[in-house]
Design a protein around this ligand. Structure first.
Ligand code: HEC
Length: 271
């Protein structure tokens, strides 16, 4: 059923772009932006938000516990506003964590799930939904309307930010690409995909807090920021990005802090 919603939604985007050339041209010739806007008005990601809400409150796992004792930074069970301040330092783990790595901690510690099992099913497929993709959608949407405000108060948070910034600009791998190779100029694209210029705060503020989690039409599911980065690592032909690894959190700390001030509106809609 959910699959069908995805297909219909993807078809609607294609139709919208083909049938409304005039509208598309209005937006500086940007048909994709117009399609995206139309899809956002009827975002299939809402289904993930609802499933995430149920999963959050349901008693599950070997310990038969809900996530209502999970502290995402604003106290046990609080979801409203947490997205605006993540990634952040957590004293109990002694680490800077983003939403996904923090959820992993809660699912292991409170619910008794095995870390490897959650990681194996972190990305949904057409036959199997991912709990994380739903939970991240629910928790992200609970901060809608608020502004990104990653504070970097703790020394470890500042270190993670610096590491993320370094990684963003450092060329590496067989193709000698850095993130900035593809995301450092305005108006660049790969085939039909526009590449946002992530060295401009204005673009970051618009994209990041309205982007991930995002319903991806081409994947017929919601994808998270960890998945987005995993995908870009693949495009750089780097070894797989470890889910919730320090490397990934350094990058998310850099990206989310750089998007401070942008208004959260999740889940987003992407190609
Ligand atoms: C080879 C080119 C390439 C490199 C290098 C690259 N990316 Fe990407 N990135 C893309 C493409 C293509 C997209 C998808 C654009 C689309 O479909 O709209 C994308 C999208 C993104 C997005 C989502 C933008 C949005 O519209 O919401 C983020 C965030 C991102 N990349 C971060 C990174 C980071 C961080 C790195 C470095 C680790 C990186 N990328 C390296 C090509 C690249």
């Amino acid at each position: 059923m959910i699959r069908n919603v995805g297909r219909v939604a993807a078809m609607a985007t294609v139709l919208a772009i083909t049938l409304c050339p005039a509208l598309a041209q209005d937006k500086a010739g940007n048909g994709l932006a117009v399609g995206r806007q139309m899809l956002a008005e009827d975002n299939p990601g809402e289904l993930w938000v609802e499933r995430g809400r149920r999963l959050f409150h349901e008693k599950r796992g070997p310990r038969n516990a809900s996530l209502e004792q999970c502290d995402l930074g604003e106290g046990p069970g609080v979801v409203k506003g947490v997205f605006a301040h993540l990634p952040r330092y957590f004293a109990d783990t002694g680490k800077v964590q983003d939403l996904e790595s923090r959820l992993l901690t809660c699912m292991v510690q409170l619910q008794g799930f095995k870390r490897e099992d959650i990681i194996r099913t972190r990305f949904g497929t057409l036959d199997r939904n991912s709990d994380l993709e739903a939970l991240v959608s629910y928790i992200g949407a609970a901060s809608n309307g608020m502004r990104m405000n990653v504070r970097l108060k703790h020394a470890q948070e500042r270190d993670m930010y610096k590491a993320g910034e370094y990684l963003f600009y450092r060329r590496t791998g067989p193709l000698d690409f850095a993130c900035v190779t593809c995301h450092g100029d305005s108006g660049k694209r790969i085939r039909l995909q526009e590449l946002p210029n992530m060295t401009r705060a204005e673009e970051l503020r618009e994209i990041i807090p309205t982007g991930w989690p995002a319903y991806r039409g081409t994947h017929s599911t919601v994808r998270t920021m960890q998945h987005r980065l995993y995908d870009c690592f693949w495009q750089m032909r780097l070894p797989d990005l470890g889910y919730a690894s320090d490397l990934s959190v350094a990058l998310t700390t850099y990206l989310y802090h750089s998007a401070n001030g942008g208004v959260i509106n999740l889940p987003g809609v992407r190609r």
